[in-house]
Design a protein around this ligand. Sequence first.
Ligand SMILES: CCCC/C=C/CC(=O)SCCNC(=O)CCNC(=O)[C@H](O)C(C)(C)COP(=O)(O)OP(=O)(O)OC[C@H]1O[C@@H](n2cnc3c(N)ncnc32)[C@H](O)[C@@H]1OP(=O)(O)O
Length: 295
Amino acid sequence: MAAPMRGMSVLRQAFQGLVRPAGGQVCRQVQHRCYSTPGHVQVDMNSETGVATVRLNRPPVNSLNLDVLTELSIALEKLETDKSCKAMVLASAAPGIFSAGLDILEMYQSTPERCVAFWRALQDAWLNLYGSRLITMAAIEGHSPAGGCLLAMSCDYRVMAEGKFQIGLNETKLGIVAPFWFTDVMLNTIGHRETEKALQLGALYSAQQALSIGLVDKVVPLAEVMPTVEGELKNWLQIPAAARVITKTSMRKAVLDRLRSQKEKDAQFFADFINRDSVQKSLGMYIASLQKKKN
Ligand SMILES: CCCC/C=C/CC(=O)SCCNC(=O)CCNC(=O)[C@H](O)C(C)(C)COP(=O)(O)OP(=O)(O)OC[C@H]1O[C@@H](n2cnc3c(N)ncnc32)[C@H](O)[C@@H]1OP(=O)(O)O
């Protein structure tokens, strides 16, 4: 893959054929916005209802690497410009997992250039999701730590499966720090006091705990997650779209603008921070603990 160019988003370069999601095909005819998803992100558009279901599909745990994030950005951008699309449900194709968050292997022993490209892809995916005009709902049918929690929190509404699954921003447990925009989204979701505790402790919550602090909106048995999302969507779809979109945009603008105004600085900070010896050591230990869990 060609090295991404400075000052140009990975998404845009993907559209221009400069970088390409692994296994995927990005058309060089930019004006047609045509693309095919290689399978890391499945989009199912229901043209009758105007509801698209976007499923993360990177087994076993939907960890978010450069390819997945680039594909997600492209899918979101395409839905955004599709006038027939009114709502989007973010879900998983992998049983028992929503997303394990960022792919730790993108952050461990990686090059600064790759780190910057990876981070730009995450920024773009998030800006597209959090800034979407669509009604966005997360169907959380499994674990949703860290970056998985960010994606879920960035939707307008969250339904989570009851049981053993956990959700939260657990970054400190890896010896890393949640970026300011992860923090901003959590602040907007659960308020200052809960965010302060959650972030310092790197807390992972059960679905019931998440419900009690407002991190998710509804908890139901696993099989009921999708039907519950669909039921809730019926309410949201009845609201006049223009009024809803203006309201959403005005509530999210400050947080979106904060990242937009310092994307490159933020990407560079990430690359510098993640490549510190102490951070690499913590990540190495965390990866080892994940492996050890199995034995
Ligand atoms: C300024 C810096 C800011 C950086 C911000 C970072 C935000 C992040 O998102 S960091 C990522 C944090 N994610 C986690 O801590 C999740 C770690 N994973 C788990 O806790 C568990 O895997 C799970 C609860 C999600 C699922 O458990 P389950 O028992 O079903 O599966 P496992 O056997 O643990 O995992 C299977 C397989 O997948 C590998 N893996 C798990 N998570 C990740 C990941 N985030 N990135 C890369 N790889 C991951 C795990 O090691 C296993 O691999 P092997 O089969 O090869 O052993």
